[in-house]
Design a protein around this ligand. Sequence first.
Ligand SMILES: [Fe+2]
Ligand SMILES: [Fe+2]
Length: 260
Amino acid sequence: MDETYRQIRMRAREILKEMPEPLFYSKQKEAVAFSRLLFKESKPVQVLIHHLESEFEEDFGHGFFHSEKVAVEAGAIVHIERGKNSKTEEIVFKAHVAGLLHDTMRKHPDHAEKGACYAEELLPGFAFSLETVQEIAYAIRLHEAFKTCTITPPSGKDAPLLSKALYDADKFRWGPDNFSHTVWDMVSYAKIPLPLFMSHYPKGLKGIEKIKETFRTPTGKLYGPDFIRIGLAVGQKLHTVILEEFSPTCRGMASFPPAP
Ligand SMILES: [Fe+2]
Ligand SMILES: [Fe+2]
């Protein structure tokens, strides 16, 4: 990663430390802990991770940090939505697999569709039933923001909740995680110069604002906007910091857009 971005990421993480933690983690502590424990103790999940790490050199999608958080929090969401019963562990497991696989094709155009196809090819080899494969692939197909769904859900009863939970856990990442990790991985991977990054910054924050209205499960609608509010607060503070502390690096631009 470019040294300037490394320093900006460090400043972003410092700003984040001053922010409150999203409410989801305190209010739904048990569900998150339950999902995390299953994730760590599930042999099939660990085998799948091992496979993905060997296939994608520890860089699948936005990286393992992103995929694991999406997996664990999608698992927590389905647990909250369904409550505890004899089938809970089964759907939490499906959420873990969907979370791990949802961004495997992140670096390709139409990554949701390609990622779903990858899951359809991979999972039967891991002895998943056809119904489960279809449910997971459906969730991956539908996880992108601002896209209209025209796909008929598969017959598996978990498909609708699984897809909504995957979406919400993925969009939780547009909050604080965006400024601690995601955006820096993206600009670094695409080699985007800082002036160009800054020229898109206000538009980027508006996109984050818009995601607030798109959460799909009751749990996502309850806690998602809080993630986004914190992320936006970090983004706005960081905008000022970049202008004040990194402006020599940005010279060459006619003018910086003001913070929205
Ligand atoms: Fe994605
Ligand atoms: Fe994602």
